[in-house]
Design a protein. Sequence first.
Length: 33
Amino acid sequence: MPSRRQVKGKDYWSLTAHQVSNMIQGFWQNFHS
């Protein structure tokens, strides 16, 4: 896993999208529980 400073372009957005997806899933699980 490269450091954040080494992540650029597509890799950066893919990583960010993955983190956001996890946050949204956690939010919906808490919201529906």
